[in-house]
Design a binder for this molecule. Structure first.
Ligand SMILES: Cc1ncc(COP(=O)(O)O)c(C=O)c1O
Length: 358
């Protein structure tokens, strides 16, 4: 059964992207692969806001989230926790055998830069993890303010997850001094899952060389050595790299600023619908994500029943809450290739269902 995904990832993949994936694979040590790898670098660097390489990892985002803490942590990692994904990073840190501390806030709220400063002032930490856009709660953390604090602690390495914000809002990795910026393919990039991207600062690569327990698959030095030859450390998911090349082409054709504006406009459209229907966003408006909306179920509706009707009658699905927010919130994505028309269609369909309930 085919239906349209308005969940915050994976999201709808265009026919053009799927078509790109059918290009025949080439040997991953061949000049054809080198040409493919090198063709995506300039576009990716622009999207990340960096002069550093952007490595391609055949894994989902968790692979490079785990890999990054293992490459960099010697003393103790501080996990900024404000929702399901950022909380889990603390658990993953401990499972990797690392010393891990928590800067934890209530779900729906953001990481406070001054609270981070206080934690870092203890001198205990050498790595910080931050989820820029906490997909489970729809909170977009204040990245420039948080990075301004981190720049006061140059001995601390920063790892920033932009899984659900990458290409929805501008990224300025070098300007902000982010050491590792990582993302996955199935969110705003609107590709199928299975490819993760990570851009690593020179100093973070130097640091990783001194960490004995960094492993092999996600070793920054392996990525860099292979990058210099236009390759990846192991056999990569070549069809997704074709999809990435096609996607970068789409993004460049649209224009970066137009893309960011489109995401902001569609997000504002959802917010207006939320207000009109007597709901409210989980986050405070100033910390609300621009790529998805996490809405409190203030009318105590049977969200599962609504989503079932949306799927059966209109061939669309939204999300009805992640983890402990299941049933208490619902989430609508405006990531990827959506337009005013496609978002209007979704919201009109939801209106039809809601009005039939009253
Ligand atoms: C913010 C964020 N980080 C990490 C992940 C984990 O990504 P994956 O399941 O692709 O490894 C997700 C997935 O939804 C996410 O939204």
């Amino acid at each position: 059964m085919s239906y349209k995904l308005f969940i915050p990832g994976p999201i709808q993949v265009s026919d053009k992207t799927y078509q790109a994936m059918t290009t025949p694979v080439v040997g991953h040590r061949s000049p054809d692969f080198v040409a493919l790898y090198e063709s995506v670098q300039p576009g990716l660097r622009k999207l990340v806001g960096t002069k550093d390489p952007v490595f391609l990892s055949t894994s989902s985002a968790w692979g490079v989230m785990e890999g990054s803490i293992r490459n960099l942590t010697k003393k103790k990692v501080l996990n900024c926790m404000c929702g399901a994904f950022s909380d889990k990073w603390n658990n993953v840190s401990k499972r990797c055998g690392l010393e891990a501390g928590a800067l934890s806030v209530e779900w729906g709220t953001h990481i406070d830069p001054e609270a981070l400063r206080k934690e870092l002032s203890t001198g205990e930490y050498d790595v910080v993890t931050l989820v820029h856009n906490e997909t489970s709660t729809g909170v977009m953390n204040p990245l420039p303010e948080i990075m301004a604090v981190l720049r006061d602690f140059p001995e601390v390495f920063s790892i920033v997850d932009t899984v659900s914000s990458f290409t929805a809002v501008p990224m300025h990795k070098d300007e902000l001094g982010i050491d590792v910026l990582l993302t996955g393919s199935q969110k705003a990039l609107a590709m199928p899952p299975g490819l993760a991207l990570l851009s690593v600062s020179e100093r973070a690569i130097e640091r990783s060389k001194t960490v004995d327990t960094r492993g092999y698959y996600f070793d920054f030095e392996e990525f860099l050595k292979n990058h210099e030859k236009g390759m990846t450390p192991s056999t990569p998911v070549i069809p997704l790299i074709y999809a990435l090349r096609s996607k970068i082409e789409d993004i460049e054709n649209e224009g970066l600023e137009n893309r960011y504006q489109r995401h902001a406009d569609l997000n504002a459209m959802v917010h207006q619908w939320v207000e009109k229907n007597g709901f409210e966003l989980l986050p405070k408006p100033e910390y609300a994500s621009k790529s998805l909306s996490c809405v409190r179920n203030t009318r105590d509706l049977d969200l599962a029943a609504i989503n079932k009707r949306l799927k059966e009658e209109f061939k669309m699905v939204i999300d009805i809450g992640y983890g402990k927010l299941k049933g208490k919130t619902f989430r609508i994505s405006n990531m990827g290739d959506e337009t005013e028309e496609t978002m209007r269609e979704l919201l009109d369909n939801l209106d039809t269902i809601l009005s039939s309930l009253s």
